[in-house]
Write a protein that binds this ligand. Structure first.
Ligand code: MRU
Length: 363
């Protein structure tokens, strides 16, 4: 089954509502930067590369919205036009606000900022064009970012598949699948590529409390794909490893620091420590757009703290004791020393460090 996490339809962006999967499969429509930012914040779309693609479309949508003829504007947010120059000035002001609202949606996945930076460069490079021309150029760039993401995932998948032996039982945490990207996936892309190459692998999916990306999304994707998958709760991973039931771990990432420290879904660090204890290789599938050379170590990666309601229970069913203090950091950092290899579209960086990462990125 081809999963189109995000798709352009006529004049709008459509995104699968990942909050309600797998109970229901539904697309929601988006027409502005603010609505896309809300879709990212509320986790309609999630996963680092998918967030980046959504943000790129958010910028394009804002340009389309702001460049519409005032009589056909879909929003009360009309431009006060004052000739060609005035029109462009107002347009640029609106665009700047669009960038700001998108940048504030979620803090940890660097792909969001990477995509915004790329869209900004295009916007700046067409300074003399009309808002309508700029909007078309930005839309073309968003389409390119989406297509490129799938190409990168396939290249990464092939590089990662080579690391898995036939029959491997591979554990993963959270969802780094087609749903977390424009398609194919990063960690789950490695599994798809391994199966495509004829390897009989099986997947162990951590449930991934509190948002249940493993139980709801990874398990669903693997079932759709007919890849054997077993669901466990997060606290069962050590038991399975101790009993020799896990051959490798492959996870995705939201941001990798210049020294190779890896931020990913809360609980990943725990899995990495366990893998080290049991001599199990721990791989991170990581497109180059997820490496942040501006951040020296994982200690400087901003970690999102989400609503405590997510920990109280699930959706409207709350089981935590009333009045209890709750924490909800959404990501943790795995030190580079616990990472066996970073699987990228350009190749695998074994025992990642500053030199290895810089060398691969420069090459
Ligand atoms: O909070 P989420 O669901 O956006 O977190 C997603 C993850 O942690 C993924 O593992 C990561 O973004 C990599 S996705 C290819």
């Amino acid at each position: 089954m081809k999963i189109e996490t995000l798709r352009w339809f006529n004049d709008r962006l459509e995104m699968i509502d990942q909050r309600i999967l797998p109970a229901a499969f539904e697309y929601l429509s988006y027409y502005s930067a603010a609505s896309v930012a809300e879709g990212i914040r509320s986790m309609v779309v999630r996963g680092a590369p998918a967030i980046g693609v959504a943000a790129a479309y958010g910028v394009a949508l804002e340009a389309l919205r702001l460049s519409e003829e005032p009589s056909t504007l879909r929003s009360f947010d009309k431009l006060r036009t004052g000739g060609a120059q005035g029109e462009r000035t107002e347009f640029d002001k609106g665009m700047e606000e669009g960038f700001t609202v998108l940048a504030a949606s979620r803090p940890t996945a660097v792909n969001l900022f990477w995509a915004l930076q790329r869209m900004r460069k295009v916007w700046v490079s067409v300074a003399t064009q009309t808002p309508q021309q700029v909007a078309q150029r930005l839309l073309a760039e968003a389409h390119e970012i989406l297509a490129e993401d799938i190409r990168i995932n396939k290249a990464m998948g092939a590089n990662g598949a080579a690391l898995l032996k036939d029959g491997a039982r591979v554990l993963t945490h959270c969802n780094a699948g087609a749903l977390a990207t424009a398609g194919w996936g990063t960690a789950l892309g490695v599994f798809r590529s391994a199966v495509e190459a004829g390897k009989k692998i099986s997947v162990i999916a951590d449930e991934t409390r509190p948002f249940l990306q493993g139980a709801r999304l990874t398990a669903w994707e693997m079932v759709q794909e007919n890849i054997p998958v077993t669901l466990i709760t997060d606290n069962m991973a050590g038991h399975l490893m101790a009993h020799g039931e896990v051959d490798a771990v492959v996870v995705g990432t939201d941001r990798v620091a210049a020294n190779g420290d890896v931020a990913n879904k809360i609980g990943t660090y725990m899995v990495a420590v366990l893998a080290k204890r049991h001599n199990i290789p721990f791989y991170v599938a990581c497109p180059l757009s997820t490496i942040d050379l501006n951040i020296a170590t994982g200690a400087d990666i901003p970690i999102e703290e989400r609503s405590v309601d997510e920990v109280k229970g699930f959706r409207d069913n709350h089981w935590a004791a009333q009045g209890v203090k709750i924490r909800n950091p959404a990501f943790d950092v795995t030190p580079a020393e616990l990472v066996t290899g970073l699987i990228t579209e350009k190749g695998v960086i074994l025992q990642p460090d500053v030199q290895g990462i810089r060398k691969l990125m420069a090459g």
